[in-house]
Unconditional design. Structure first.
Length: 239
């Protein structure tokens, strides 16, 4: 179960939203194939939709296992972030994670109260009450924040993210530029590496500027061995 959940969670943690500025943000739907090591284990669909209020958005990831992975996770893993975008800055408002199983012991429910400076809720059956820090993101809104920085000409740099009950800070560095061919087309990309102090995992993301810095490929490594990967299969604007 944990291996497939890691893949699905990684999918939402690492996939970039398109055009993450208040002016450029556009609704979209994108499909990815997912591999764990060298095995195909499922697919992920992500959708960005407008919420009912101006400047408010909903970003949702739905991951489904296939093949042997269905023996470990037969349900649909859903992650949803309700967020606000103002002048290219992103603030998460709510985050929900449902592991697709009847029991709720692995689910996460977080609410961000920026006026009070607290994040409260539950994560895997444990209460959460954490003080906010500047630019704090949830696992889904983090991706919009990265895109907002790139579209405004800023580097992502250091990004704090609340994962469960802990704040973890990730460093993003530009590695190279690369032309990439995918089932969705060929794209010029900028490749960023993401790492965290104390972790031996490094994630590489191929971001396509022509798609608003959408990730067309994501690969995570541990000591140069690939753990999981995502490859774009189809992209559809929803406007």
């Amino acid at each position: 179960m944990k291996a497939w959940q890691a893949v699905a969670l990684g999918a939402a943690l690492l996939t970039a939203a398109t055009a993450a500025s208040a002016a450029g943000l556009r609704p979209f739907s994108v499909d990815y194939s997912v591999k764990y090591s060298s095995l195909s284990v499922g697919a992920t669909r992500m959708e960005l939709r407008r919420d009912t209020q101006p400047g408010r958005w909903i970003f949702e990831s739905r991951a489904n296992a296939s093949g042997f992975a269905r023996l470990l996770a037969s349900g649909t893993l859903v992650q949803t972030s309700w967020l606000a975008v103002d002048e290219g800055r992103v603030r998460p408002l709510r985050f929900r994670f449902d592991d697709g199983m009847e029991r709720a012991s692995e689910d996460v429910s977080l609410d961000f109260d920026w006026d009070a400076g607290r994040v409260t809720g539950t994560a895997k059956g444990e209460p959460v009450d954490v003080a906010t820090v500047p630019d704090l993101q949830d696992p889904v809104s983090l991706q919009v924040a990265i895109m907002a920085a790139l579209q405004s000409g800023r580097q992502p740099g250091r990004q704090p993210m609340l994962e469960g009950r802990k704040i973890k800070t990730y460093d993003y560095q530009l590695v190279r530029r690369e032309r990439l061919t995918t089932p969705a087309g060929s794209f010029d990309t900028v490749v960023y590496a993401s790492s965290r102090a104390g972790s031996d995992r490094v994630t590489h993301m191929w971001l396509a500027p022509s798609l608003g810095y959408l990730a067309v490929q994501v690969e995570q490594y541990r000591k140069e061995k690939r753990l999981f990967a995502m490859y774009v299969e189809k992209y559809r604007p929803l406007d």
